[in-house]
Every structure is written in C-alpha cells, then in structure tokens.
Design a protein around this ligand. Structure first.
Ligand code: PLP
Length: 441
C-alpha cells in the first residue's frame, strides 16, 4: 500500500518509552542492564485504592467528559489543601493521563510554545504534532540547567504568534530541581507583564525531598503567585505509582472558562472520558485518607534516599551533577571529559548514552532528548527502577525501608543492604570515568 504519513509525525516512539522497551528486550535475552532509563514509580497499589477499584469494577456507563463530579470535587479539595489555594470542582478536568491534557492544552491555545530547557521529552514532540514551533529557553550545565528570565526574554523574541504558552515543570524531569518561591514570584511578575499563559506541570509536586538535610525544599505552585495565568497539571502516576492506571488532572484558572470548554470539546472527540472504575477508585486516592498519605510519604522518602545516595556516589567520582531536590531524576554532565570522550568517538549525548549501554550496561537517556544542545554531554539518570525491577523487589525494599525508617536507621545503610544493582552500577560508572580519563584502556 502506498502510504503518505503527515510530515509532522516523527515515526520514532517517545525516547523514554523506547529505552524501556529496549532494556526489557535485553533482559529477555539474559543480558545484564542497570536500568536508569525509565521514570516509572514502582511501588504497589495502596490496598485501599485497590479495594476501591474492585468495588467499582461493575461501573460500565460512559462517564461525563470532564470527569465524574465526585472526583473533581475530591481533586479540588486535595490540591486546595496541599497547595493552600482555593479551587472548585468546575476548574478540574480529569483525563486518561496528564500527557493527554498537556497535548489538549497545547491544541486548544493558539499560542507559540515556550519550553524551559532541558524539559520532559514529550512537550516538544506534542507541539510538533500540532504544527507549532516549540521555542527552547536556553540553559547550560554551568548554571545547573536553571531557567533564567534573561534567557526567557531571548526566547520571547523568537515568537511569531501574539499569544504565548510557557511550559514549566517542578520538581523537574530531567534534573530533579525544584523552582524556589523567590524565582516563582519573579516568573509570575514577568508572565503577568508579558501576558504569558503558563502550563505548570506539577506531576511530581508530592515527590519532594523535604526531610533531613533537605528540610527547606517544599513544592510551591506558580499558581500561588500567578493564579489567573497558571494551569496546573498532575495525576496519580508518580506519587502513587499508578502510571498504568492512566489518570491525570488539570486545574484551569477560574478566569479561563473558555479553555475548559475547548478541552472538553477536544476530549469529547478523542478519548470521551477516562475509564469509570479508575475514576471512582481515584476518589479514594484523593480522599486525604491518613493511611494513604503516610504511604505516599514512605514511598517519597525512599525515592529521596535512593536519589540522594546515587547523587552522592557519582559526585564522589568527580562527575558534575546538580543535586536533585525532588522527582526521581538527575542530570550529570560529562563536558569536563570532552577530550577523553572524543578520543573514544563520543561527540554528543546520544553517542555517550549508547557507549554506556554497550560497554558498561547502564541504560540512560541522552540530554538531546530533553531539548539541550547537541554539544552538551549530559545524561538523564532515572533512579526509580533500579533494584525495584520486579513487584516483589519493590515491595520488599519498601517494607524494609518502612521498618528501618521508623527505627531511625540511616538511609545509606538500607541502600547498601538492599540495592545490589545500584552498587554494581556505581562501580561501572567508576570504571567508565577511569576509562575516559585515560587511566584504563
Ligand atoms: N510530565 C512529566 C514531567 C512526566 O515525567 C510524565 C511521565 O513520565 C508525565 C508528565 C506524564 O504522566 P501521565 O501521563 O502518566 O500523567
């Protein structure tokens, strides 16, 4: 058959899903791979949420397009309480994953899309699917990949449409960095002045490392400073490890009723509504139940312990990497080893990721996939998978963690006891650094 695929459709699957499939194929062939390529939270479904899904399995009617009213009410209360803001159920839209909503908002708004760099792998391809230009706001490893207003100003000059949509993401995938209140305030002032609508991807909002030495780090939404212009995105995938349930939410500013109508129109023509049983189970997930909240805290503290440990150990090897403060990612850069890397035929981040996978069995993603310049030799490491490869391992590590944590044991000990693959992966990283410095052949 003679097919003509639209030129705006890149036939490659999303980089993050592709690496996950590649790693699984390698595992199936019996090969060793240390999987730092995929950001999937791995913990078990909380029993109360699982029970709620079973109880609601009989629900078979099409739900309302915007989401069932009970869930929209629960989401408004949950995030109102979490962010200390006032939301109503009318502002909430439920969809099969926040990815679908990120796409629908871009589709609904006649605006150029401004992206902080590095940024999550799907924003720019979504813009491309919609024939929009995604304009990257530059950042570099020298300033820890931070979003800066001067660079935003530069990017604004490249916009051609009168309206602009800026996408931000904190805690951040790929860097694990959190935007601080003072910066959010200045960003709010800037966006208000330039009439920029912001899509604030807060899917990791509950995954911040706000304990121990990180006690100052708490998630704040841009909506606290810029309520009239901030669309908040999120869902169940990360803090409750429910990625496969496909449930996301958007909270639209009260002043953007037309946008809510537009997204509902898009949803009604594409996905109709998320599955009814999942929505009823999500009411329990958003019920502010004390057991569920303490489970979230335990999972988050384990993510934090694992990320902090890996960050500390790779920093000891001399690798530069901004310290993660949330989510389950970090972005080390290898620019200081440029000469040694070039001698091995590694000229960009894609070469670097392939080399590490082929020679050191470490799966990562290249910084290119996150919109950084080709010349930047950085990688995204995801810490959510390693040593939690099976459901049993994830349960076992979390059980130990809950016991040890309550008994006041150190994070590092637990990581050492229950993380053999992490230890081997760090050894491999050590050998790689020796190798590119020319100390080993
Ligand atoms: N936003 C970010 C930054 C993500 O990392 C992800 C998933 O990896 C998503 C959005 C999409 O999440 P979901 O569609 O599962 O709600």
């Amino acid at each position: 058959m003679n097919l003509t695929i639209s030129p705006n459709i890149n036939l490659e699957a999303s980089a993050t899903l592709a690496i996950n499939e590649e790693v699984k194929a390698m595992w199936n062939r019996g090969e060793t791979v240390y999987h730092l390529g995929f950001g999937e939270a791995r913990f078990a479904v909380h029993p109360k949420i699982e029970e709620a899904l079973k109880t609601n399995a009989h629900r078979k009617a099409y739900p309302p397009v915007q989401g069932i009213p009970e869930l929209r009410e629960a989401v408004a209360n949950y995030y109102g309480n979490f962010l200390n803001l006032d939301f109503s159920a009318e502002q909430v839209i439920i969809a099969p994953g926040s990815k679908a909503l990120l796409y629908a908002v871009q589709m609904a708004l006649d605006a150029d899309v401004l992206l902080a760099s590095p940024s999550w792998v799907s924003y720019a391809p979504q813009a491309q699917l919609l024939h929009k230009q995604a304009i990257h706001v530059k950042s570099t490893s020298d300033n820890a990949f931070a979003l800066e207003l001067e660079q935003l100003d530069e990017a604004l000059k490249r916009c051609t449409r009168p309206h602009k949509l800026l996408i931000i993401n904190s805690p951040n995938n790929p860097t694990g960095r959190v935007l601080e209140p003072a910066f959010l305030q200045s960003l709010a002032d800037y966006c208000r002045k330039h009439n920029i609508i912001v899509m604030s991807d807060e899917i990791y909002g509950k995954v911040t490392f706000d304990f121990e030495e990180h006690s100052a780090i708490k998630h704040k939404s841009l909506a606290s400073y810029y309520p009239e212009g901030t669309i908040i995105l999120g869902g169940l995938s990360k803090h409750l490890s429910l990625g496969g349930w496909r449930l996301g939410k958007a909270i639209i500013p009260k002043t953007m009723l037309e946008l809510t109508q537009a997204i509902n129109a898009i949803a009604s023509e594409i996905w109709s509504a998320p599955s009814a049983p999942i929505q009823y189970a999500a009411v329990t997930a958003y019920s502010q139940d004390a057991d569920i909240e303490s489970y979230i805290n335990a999972c988050v503290s384990l993510h934090a312990a694992r990320s902090s440990y890996i960050w500390k150990e790779i920093s000891k090897l001399g690798i530069r990497c901004p310290q993660p403060q949330g989510a389950f990612y970090m972005m080390p850069d290898f620019n200081q080893y440029r000469e040694g890397l070039s001698a091995k035929g590694i000229h960009n981040s894609k070469d670097l990721a392939s080399y590490l996978l082929k020679n050191y069995s470490i799966a990562t993603l290249p910084s290119q996939a996150f919109g950084l310049a080709d010349s930047e030799l950085a990688l995204r490491l995801s810490t959510s998978f390693i040593d939690l490869e099976t459901d049993e391992a994830a349960k076992d590590v979390l059980n130990h963690w809950q016991g040890d944590w309550q008994a006041g044991m150190s994070f590092d000990d637990l990581v050492k006891q229950k993380h053999p693959n992490t230890a081997k992966m760090l050894e491999q990283f050590g050998s790689f650094v020796e190798h590119i410095q020319g100390r080993t052949p």
